[in-house]
Design a protein around this ligand. Structure first.
Ligand code: ZN
Length: 329
């Protein structure tokens, strides 16, 4: 058995441990608090140490219901949070920051977020960032610079002001370095009057060795076309965080054709009122031979990557979805 294979088996076991035990969603009510604390401490130490020792990057798309939130943890521990899910108590929106994002970070022993990227100002992305900013140690926030009139946006600005967290308005080409060979680049053309709202989402390409991932916020076809014009084949990525929760106004044929992803992650809530993900988009992804993972079906989804190849674990269903064989080669 090769070292790489053993590493991923170990990691996958750790991943299973995380999903089934540390995250605690299915923890038996009868277990004492003390037992759970001990179990959590052991698992945290074991899991993060494994990631660092093996040089493994973790990218987790969290099940935040109707919204979007991604945690990126580089080997060495630098952590990036892209959006925080929604804020709300209604039928469709929940307080994802308190209910999902912070508990997830706590469960892994992550106490500091080095960089937050707020892709745009819609509540389903921005709302959950507010409790994260208020309650956690945050290094800085990257924002697209759009002004927005909403209670959520105002609360976000107040939280940043209160904690005195530096805010950087990103520009196309900016680079975010997470150390140990992991970096992200801002690809979207931001500012001006051409794009607004969803179309002005910050788009990021993450690169770790031979593996790349594209994060697209809620962009639609117009922004997709602009990205193709600006970056062409540089958009090519192994993994695509599907734009706008799988809306039919995004993931155009030409965009998928140039990105050529093999794995697609969709962040979407159950019984989405807008019909996300659209059947057309699922068909397009299927026709392009993508493995599709959805937070409404699979719960939290984590990609583990060693810079050469990657594996996907899910909270629900089969914990190892991609062929382990590819990791041996
Ligand atoms: Zn959205």
């Amino acid at each position: 058995m090769s070292r790489m294979f053993r590493a991923f088996i170990t990691l996958s076991l750790a991943g299973i441990l995380i999903w089934s035990s540390v995250l605690g969603k299915k923890a038996k009510a009868s277990r004492s608090t003390e037992e759970k604390d001990v179990s959590r401490a052991i698992s945290q130490k074991y899991f993060c140490r494994e990631l660092d020792e093996k040089g493994i990057l973790m990218v987790a798309s969290l099940d935040v219901g109707q919204g979007d939130s991604v945690v990126v943890r580089a080997p060495g521990g630098k952590t990036l949070l892209i959006d925080g899910g929604p804020r709300g108590n209604g039928k469709y929106l929940k307080n994802a920051g308190e209910k999902d994002v912070i508990p997830f970070l706590n469960s892994l022993g992550i106490e500091r977020i080095d960089v937050i990227v707020s892709t745009h100002q819609d509540n389903d992305h921005l709302g959950g960032l507010i409790p994260v900013i208020c309650q956690m140690d945050v290094g800085c926030v990257y924002d697209n610079g759009n002004m927005h009139v909403s209670y959520t946006y105002e609360s976000y600005l107040n939280a940043l002001d209160k904690k005195k967290i530096p805010v950087k308005i990103v520009t196309c080409g900016d680079r975010i370095d997470l150390g140990n060979g992991v970096h992200l680049q801002v690809l979207s053309q931001l500012g001006g009057t051409e794009f607004e709202g969803n179309e002005n989402s910050i788009v990021l390409k993450l690169v770790y060795g031979d593996v790349s991932m594209l994060f697209t916020g809620d962009i639609e076809e117009k922004a997709e076309r602009a990205l193709i014009c600006s970056w062409g084949k540089n958009l090519r990525s192994n993994i695509l965080k599907v734009p706008h929760h799988g809306s039919k106004s995004s993931s155009s044929w030409w965009f998928l054709d140039i990105v050529q992803p093999e794995t697609a992650l969709i962040s979407v809530g159950r019984r989405n009122p807008f019909g996300h993900p659209a059947k057309e988009v699922l068909n397009r992804l299927e026709a392009s031979d993508n493995s599709v993972f959805r937070t409404d079906v699979h719960g939290n989804i984590a990609v583990f990557c060693n810079g050469k190849t990657y594996s996907v674990s899910m909270e629900k269903g089969s914990p190892i979805a991609l062929s382990i064989q590819s990791l041996v080669d």
